[in-house]
Write a protein that binds this ligand. Sequence first.
Ligand SMILES: Cc1cc2nc3c(=O)[nH]c(=O)nc-3n(C[C@H](O)[C@H](O)[C@H](O)COP(=O)(O)O)c2cc1C
Length: 227
Amino acid sequence: MRILVLNGSPKKKSDTMRLTEAFLKGLNKKQEHEVNVINVIDKKIAPCRGCFGCWQQGEGHCVYQDDQNGILDLYRNADVIIWSFPLYCYGMPSHLKAVLDRTIPLVRMKMVQEPDGTVRHVPLVDFSRIHTLVICGCGFPNWDGNFEGLRAMCNVCFGGLDMVCVPETPLLNIPEAAVVADPLLSRFEQAGEEYAATLTLSKETVAALETPMIPKEEYIRHVNGAG
Ligand SMILES: Cc1cc2nc3c(=O)[nH]c(=O)nc-3n(C[C@H](O)[C@H](O)[C@H](O)COP(=O)(O)O)c2cc1C
């Protein structure tokens, strides 16, 4: 399988990428897959200019020449796309959102209505064969609403979607927290094995991956320095 990882953390030591790397380890356990990790922050990707030149050309590329066209080529040829990023202001970091915005060359202007009333653009590539996995870390403990906007956006943007939203991820880079972080990393590795076998994650697996490492109140106490 061709796996494209879009790493949206701007940090060298990303909390979220620790989870993603554990997942990839599991994914590659039985069979080595072709994994391409793009550190989006190191790429030149301008915001979309909204010119729709891509739709006039209809070739699946942006008329603006920067690193996005290379990403579009990898994107359309991938079997699995993993979006790995920290939650920023209840959504995707802006440099990664620019990548998502600029995937519109991969659809046409033409619209179709689904039986359920949903309207979408006709794709230029066969998206039905591409599986999407979103792995998102965040700094807050678990609370209703933190991931709500992101979940809504991903559900309409991506087909074949599995999504894992992990609270308290800064614990992953705190050596003293290894006692709770290491079991989570092991669960991500196991999840990678499951995904390699089934190309999806069971509800139980997602629930296990999203379970907070420590209770909310304890996490808040630690963050606030009260021990
Ligand atoms: C600009 C900015 C916005 C953030 N917004 C949120 C947020 O809305 N909710 C949240 O729980 N954490 C938020 N965080 C915290 C990050 O998601 C958290 O530190 C995460 O673990 C960083 O992951 P990374 O190391 O993979 O980059 C924000 C951090 C930054 C810098």
